[in-house]
Structures are given as C-alpha cells and as structure tokens.
Write a protein that binds this ligand. Sequence first.
Ligand SMILES: CC/C=C\C/C=C\CCCC/C=C/C(=O)SCCNC(=O)CCNC(=O)[C@H](O)C(C)(C)COP(=O)(O)OP(=O)(O)OC[C@H]1O[C@@H](n2cnc3c(N)ncnc32)[C@H](O)[C@@H]1OP(=O)(O)O
Length: 308
Amino acid sequence: MIATLLIQHEKLEQLPSGGTLSPYGVHQKHGQITSQALQLLSSQRRQFSNTYISVKLDETSGVAVMKLKRPPVNSLNMELLTEFAINLEKLEIDRGCRGVILTSAVPRIFSAGLDITEMCGKNADHYGEFWRAVQEMWLKLYGSSMVTIAAINGSSPAGGCLMALSCDYRIIANNKKYTIGLNETQLGIVAPFWFKDIITEVIGHRAAERSLQLGMLYSPTDALKIGLVDEVVAEDKVQSTASAVMAQWLTLPDHARQITKSMMRKPSLDRLVTHREADITNFVSYITRDSIQKSLQMYMEMLKKKGR
Ligand SMILES: CC/C=C\C/C=C\CCCC/C=C/C(=O)SCCNC(=O)CCNC(=O)[C@H](O)C(C)(C)COP(=O)(O)OP(=O)(O)OC[C@H]1O[C@@H](n2cnc3c(N)ncnc32)[C@H](O)[C@@H]1OP(=O)(O)O
C-alpha cells in the first residue's frame, strides 16, 4: 500500500515551474521517501502546478480539477499545450484519478483558443512543432479514458471550444458576454478536418456546417439550443455542478464506460493518428501562405485595437 502511494506520489510530485517539464521517474527521491509517505497518508489532496496549468487531485473522490492559468486570455501556446498533455498523461496513469474537471483560473475566459502569435511570423519548423503540440493535446484529451468535464467559466472560441468539445460533458456559465464556437472562418482560416469531425459528432451535420462556414460564436443559451453544451448554470454554480455531474458519471463501473467511450471515439482518433504527418505538412503549407499570414496579422491588429 505504502509502496503504491509512494510511486503515485512521485509520479505526481511538483514539477519545476518554467521551461521544459522534467521527466519524472519512480526512483528519483529515495532520501525523502519516509516524510513523503507520512505527508501523503495524512492528506487526501494532492496538488501540483506548472507555469500555465494547476492540478488538484482529490484522492477521496478520484477527481482532479485542472485549471488553465495563462492570463490574460489562456491562449494556447506551445508551453501550455505541452504542460497540458503531460499533466493529463500523469493523471491518466494515476490509478487514484478517475475524472478530470477542466476549467480556467482566469476570470471571464475559458480559453481564447490557439495563441495566434504562434502562427504568425515564425518559420516552418516552428509551425510544424506547434501543430504537433496542438494534435498531442487533442489526442490526449479526446482519447482520455477518464471522465472529462468542461466547466466553462468564460469565453471559449476556436481552440478553446475544441478543448471543451473534447470532454465528455460541457457546463457553461450563464453570462451573455461569454461566447463559444469554432470561429476560424472569421479569422480567414479553415478549421482542420478533426475540428470539423468533432463538432459534427457533437451537434450534427447540418448545425456543424452552418456553424463552421459562418464561424459562429454562440451565447450560452444558444449553445445549449444546438447541443454545443449540455448545461447552462449560474456563474457561481459551474464548479459545483461539474462536481455533481462527475459524481454521477463515476457511479458507473470504469471498465464498461471506458470501453464504450473508446468505441465511440476511436474512429476519429484513428483518423488523425493515421494522417498525423500529412496534417502537419498541410498545416505548415497552409499557414505559411502570404494571404493567411496577412489575415492573421490583421486579426491580431483588430484584437489589439479593440483592447485599447
Ligand atoms: C485547408 C486547410 C486545412 C487546414 C488548416 C490548418 C490550420 C488552420 C487552423 C488553425 C486553427 C485555429 C484555431 C484557433 O484557436 S485560432 C484562435 C482564435 N481565437 C479567437 O478568435 C479569439 C480571439 N480573442 C478574443 O476574441 C478575445 O480576446 C476574448 C477571448 C473574447 C477576450 O476578450 P477580452 O477579455 O476583451 O480580451 P482582449 O480581446 O482585450 O485580449 C487581451 C489580450 O489578449 C490577446 N489575445 C486574445 N486572443 C488571443 C489569441 N487567440 N492569441 C494570442 N493573443 C490573443 C489580445 O490581442 C490582447 O492583447 P494585448 O497585447 O492587446 O493586451
């Protein structure tokens, strides 16, 4: 028992903040074993935090709350995406964790989607690496065997919406100022096939086609009408509703639920895995086009003007 806990604790020990996350192994900290064990046995919660992600795992319920914390808008840059994938993988292999609630530590914003500055004025190698990190985040989240619930406590355009769509259940705060949707065409860019596939799976072909072509952003109540979210609740009830829904989902045996989830999601996951390299090549050749660079630059300027 103690040995298992030690291994789990070492897997989940706090990673250094900033820079690249260090690999962690079960043999790293022999000297601290006794005090770590005692600490762990007396505590039901474990938390760890990186530069842009914080995680709190409640060992009693087996539920982790993972928060995005990259102010001002939680835009998804390379570091955040990498930290996200590593943290989710850590929870995935932790037997004590059965569910993850994904939410934001930044007021009024869930995530502004991909960091546009990662897609502007850089070289082809950078774009390739960035896109691989975006794919990795999605493969880990959409392919997770844990129950995943998005507690959407703010606006969630484009890549932010993709993250929410990749969870098993979506709860959004009832605030007219918040919007959610895949608005890529409004930036003059195209949502890739796997973004398209997942929104189609969630809201159906007709609604997805209209939504994607027009780059629509929905208010919480409109998002509920088309099935883009599952529930709209008062702003101060988002986390408690997420916990309650999670508790319900966790009453089911993991084995049956996980195999069912995998059956439903495998075709979409396989499609990206099979075409992963081609998708990167496609992204790089698309994003390096002069016309696309110009569209993105104009969009960034528009955002900055609006903010002034
Ligand atoms: C055939 C083709 C095949 C394949 C195609 C391949 C690839 C292309 C697909 C790429 C997929 C792209 C996915 C994306 O996610 S793109 C990102 C889209 N995101 C958005 O459109 C959101 C933009 N942001 C907003 O709408 C607002 O910022 C938001 C989130 C509602 C918050 O509003 P507010 O609180 O008023 O904050 P500000 O607007 O003032 O923003 C503050 C600050 O943040 C900067 N910022 C905002 N969003 C981003 C972002 N996504 N990336 C980088 N920076 C962002 C903004 O400029 C402000 O900066 P400042 O310096 O002025 O403080």
